[in-house]
Design a protein around this ligand. Structure first.
Ligand SMILES: C[S@@+](CC[C@H](N)C(=O)[O-])C[C@H]1O[C@@H](n2cnc3c(N)ncnc32)[C@H](O)[C@@H]1O
Length: 500
């Protein structure tokens, strides 16, 4: 790959040119008639050429996103000769194979929020003879990368590390709120593109390193570590960005095992990946085990966004690897041998405690609006609830029932009749939660009016014999804590994001 890795005025020339010609997501999507740039991946998109034939934005889009090649004279008249010269100097325009006059761009280049990012193409440029290499550099406009960056916190932090960084786009975006950011990837190709991206965006507070996970960062500690690693279970290695070993967890497990050496007290690790519940071992407990001897210093939170059965994962693998039906059975056998019962796609979050409180382990399912604010709320609430005096403190608060709460009655057939058998609270925000409750909770919830303290609620529940006479205020407060944690009740100090 011949991308320029020297500081050069050409970077600024290109940056200014892209900015002044509205090379941004909304203009490009408007031009191509798509909603989001990731609609181009995997691409069946083939624009009517005449509809995007002239003007700098059109040439930039065709060259960088659609991978078209142009006769030099046409490109120079579309973008100007000095800009084409700058592109050649940066390695972004070279002769298409089999032609001594047509220029093409060997990588894809696109806006990523306020940044410009290059990666491998999801399409081989026409006539270029390019093939997807084993060390294919994962495009930052993939839906999964969007999901990754959209849910990461953007609050200020001191030292930020992105592992498995690919194009480095997420670490480069973090440069806006981190004092210093690092991006580490194992392939030379990804590291090369990430360093190019750093220079293209003129960022001086990001370091790009080539290494296996934490390699190169041995003497550093971070207050935020993020990863979107390869996590697909595979039978045979094929693509480095994709292969997570036989169970899909090989890279994720090694990252988590390394956290005790690299995460500062109070620091947090966010990983978007897939991992499994096994026979007799829930995912959250397995993650805790990967932390090793020091696990009591860490909190573990799982946010599942999608849960698959092993047979569905096996079908998906066979489809994506374009292998036959036999592969489905081989993958099913492989997952069964490992004791995989279900596979969750979502977030693994690990927080290092910064005081002597208990560690917590929680698992939630994403609701319709679950995003970064909800994750931040979960960590804040659970951190409080794990504190030594949490339930004492809670007794003085005045919980309020949340508007979005639902109480559902589960009916079951009995002697030919449907009879109400169980009550369950249901919430969609901040997480999708169902919690079976005893009937007296239907009386408690309306008493939670935002004015009555938990202690007073305890007194009222006792007076009505809703709770056992022996129930202590702390036990009652713990139960109220469970209802707050589930998103059914809210207290002013810990309001979930969409609370009035
Ligand atoms: C799914 S891609 C994600 C890229 C980028 N973080 C993103 O979200 O667009 C996974 C990346 O992990 C890198 N990778 C795989 N094994 C690694 C390892 N042992 N150490 C560091 N990086 C690794 C791959 O080269 C690839 O760039």
């Amino acid at each position: 790959m011949a991308l320029c890795l020297q500081n050069s005025p050409n970077f600024e020339i290109l940056r200014d040119y892209l900015r002044s010609n509205a090379f941004n997501e909304s203009s490009i999507c408007g031009l191509l008639g798509i909603d989001r740039l990731d609609d181009l991946i995997p691409s069946q998109y083939s624009p009517a050429k005449e509809s995007i034939s002239s003007g700098p934005l059109r040439h930039l889009t065709r060259l960088f996103l659609l991978g078209e090649s142009f006769p030099r004279a046409e490109l120079e008249s579309g973008l100007s000769a000095p800009v084409v010269k700058a592109l050649e100097g940066l390695g972004l325009a070279s002769l298409d194979s089999g032609s001594d006059t047509r220029l093409f761009c060997p990588v894809a280049l696109y806006p990523f929020g306020p940044l410009y990012i290059v990666s491998d193409r999801w399409l081989a440029p026409a006539g270029s003879g390019l093939k997807f290499p084993e060390d294919f550099v994962y495009p930052a406009i993939s839906p999964n990368t969007w999901e990754f960056i959209d849910m990461l916190p953007v609050t200020p932090c001191d030292s930020f590390l992105e592992l498995c960084s690919g194009t480095g786009a997420v670490a480069l975006a973090a440069a806006a709120y981190a004092r210093k950011a690092w991006a580490i990837d194992i392939t030379a190709r990804a590291t090369h593109m990430a360093e190019f991206n750093r220079l293209l965006n003129g960022l001086n507070n990001v370091t790009v390193l080539k290494g296996d996970l934490f390699e190169g960062a041995e003497n550093l500690e971070f207050d935020r570590i993020v990863a979107h690693p390869p996590y697909m279970p595979v039978l045979h290695p094929d693509k480095i960005f994709y292969d997570g070993g036989a169970d899909g967890e090989q890279i994720t497990r090694r990252i988590i095992a390394g956290l005790p050496n690299y995460l500062k007290p109070g620091g947090c690790f966010y990983c978007l990946a897939q991992a499994s519940d096994r026979k007799g071992a829930l995912l959250e407990d397995r993650v805790r085990g990967w932390l090793g001897e020091g696990q009591a210093d860490f909190d573990v939170a799982i946010l599942e966004l999608l849960v698959q059965e092993p047979k569905d994962a096996a079908f998906r693998y066979a489809l994506q690897s374009r292998k036959g039906f036999e592969t489905v059975n081989l993958m099913r056998e492989n997952l069964a041998r490992l004791g995989v019962e279900s596979i969750a796609y979502g977030w693994i979050i690990v927080q290092r405690k910064d005081n002597g409180r208990k560690a917590f382990t929680v698992r939630r399912a994403g609701g319709r609006r679950t995003g970064r604010e909800e994750i931040a709320w979960l960590l804040k609430w659970e951190t409080f609830a794990a504190g030594p005096s949490a339930f004492d403190d809670l007794l003085g608060t005045t919980p309020c029932a949340r508007d979005s709460l639902e109480l559902r009655t589960i009916h079951k057939m009995k002697d030919g009749e449907l009879v109400p058998e169980q009550l369950a609270l249901h919430a969609e925000n901040p997480f999708a939660m169902d919690c079976r409750v005893d009937p007296w909770v239907a009386f408690l919830i309306p008493l939670c009016d935002g004015k009555t303290t938990v202690r007073r609620l305890w007194e009222k529940c006792k007076a009505h014999n809703f709770i056992h006479a022996e129930t202590s205020p702390e036990e009652f407060a713990k139960f109220v804590g469970v209802l707050i944690s589930g998103g059914f009740l809210a207290v002013a100090e810990y309001l979930p994001p969409d609370s009035p």
